[in-house]
Write a protein that binds this ligand. Structure first.
Ligand SMILES: [Zn+2]
Length: 333
């Protein structure tokens, strides 16, 4: 696709999260021209949140200052979605969201074609097209934050699976009778290496009088993963052990990913990865020790490059394809 073919139009993107809405207006090359961030106010329910999403995107468009016209809009939303129908099936962090036809409603309000994608898939596509995975062909994206989400780009295309559920890497089972996962099962990767898992483990260590520096930093409050990382970086051995343990489990999950998908890139994003080597080094050591040699030697494990914009930028680049009629939407017709 050349810029001339794509026109000089603008694309809108909305990343809907449980606590905040991020809207971007970008050009066909993914350059950002307008931004708006505002609280989701999820307790107000789907109709009010949809109105806020559109208001937010209009505010970003106003900032872009190039007239009111958007060529297309991409929306990234949490939870299982029906990609074909553009429906949010359910969203655990958004009360009342059950079978909400987001793509149709946003398209009506904005007056242009709209595509809806799961937020982890959108982030994978963002890193693939504009971020740390540029030049990749087979990319696995993981976001390690409150939970662990994943997205797969296989042979240059988003892989959604039989009914949109592919890429749930956070739910690889690793430990018998391990801690409870967000999904209800025990011992999944998410229950062992997410920010929630790190915070829970730190709570246990503090309860038996360990992690003295972390205890001082937490000052009686439940410790966050970020605080554990900070204490570890400043020499708290128990805090360091907690981060390394999370990294070890992450590495076991990544080993499965490397062996199954033979990716050329694994891109790691999310708040927990901001602690860098504390988690990354033990994770890579596991991959080095246990992934199959040919697959291991080919893969690059890198940190995400687009920070908290990977989902919105990915949604924008998916929406771009509505305009250019390329890639993801091409060979269905
Ligand atoms: Zn699970």
């Amino acid at each position: 696709m050349s810029v001339e073919e794509a026109g000089t139009g603008l694309i809108g993107a909305i990343d809907l999260g449980g606590t905040k809405i991020l809207s971007l207006v970008v050009d066909m090359l993914g350059e950002v021209h307008g931004v708006d961030v505002r609280p989701t106010e999820a307790h107000r329910g789907p109709n009010a949140v949809l109105r806020r999403m559109v208001d937010s995107l209009n505010a970003a468009l106003h900032e872009a200052g190039r007239g009111p016209r958007l060529e297309a809009v991409g929306v990234a939303a949490p939870g299982p979605i029906d990609f074909e129908q553009g429906i949010v099936v359910e969203a655990p962090n958004l009360p009342g969201w059950s079978n909400v036809p987001v793509a149709e409603l946003v398209a009506d309000m904005m007056g242009c074609p709209t595509v809806l994608e799961n937020d982890a898939n959108a982030a994978a596509w963002g890193e693939f097209t504009l971020g740390a995975g540029r030049g990749s062909r087979h990319l696995v994206y993981l976001t390690v934050s409150t939970g662990i989400g994943g997205g797969l780009v296989l042979d240059g295309r988003l892989y959604r699976g039989a009914n949109g559920g592919a890429g749930e890497i956070g739910h690889i089972p690793l430990v018998d009778d391990g801690p409870q996962c967000g999904c209800g099962a025990r011992g999944h990767l998410e229950a062992l290496a997410s920010g929630t898992a790190i915070a829970r483990r730190a709570g246990e260590v503090l309860a038996r009088g360990g992690a003295p520096l972390l205890a001082r930093l937490a000052a009686g409050n439940p410790p966050s993963a970020r605080l554990v990382s900070e204490a570890a970086a400043h020499g708290d051995r128990d805090a360091r052990a907690i981060m390394e343990e999370a990294g070890y489990h992450l590495g076991r999950g990544l080993t499965a990913v490397v062996n199954i998908f033979n990716p050329d890139h694994i891109v790691l994003g999310g708040g927990v990865m901001k602690s860098g080597d504390l988690v990354l080094r033990p994770a890579l050591a596991e991959v080095q020790a246990y992934a199959l040699r040919l697959q291991r030697e080919h893969v690059r494990v890198v940190l995400a490059a687009l920070e908290d914009r990977s989902g919105a930028l990915g949604a924008a680049m998916l929406a771009r394809e509505l305009v250019t009629n390329a890639g993801q939407f091409n060979d269905e017709t």
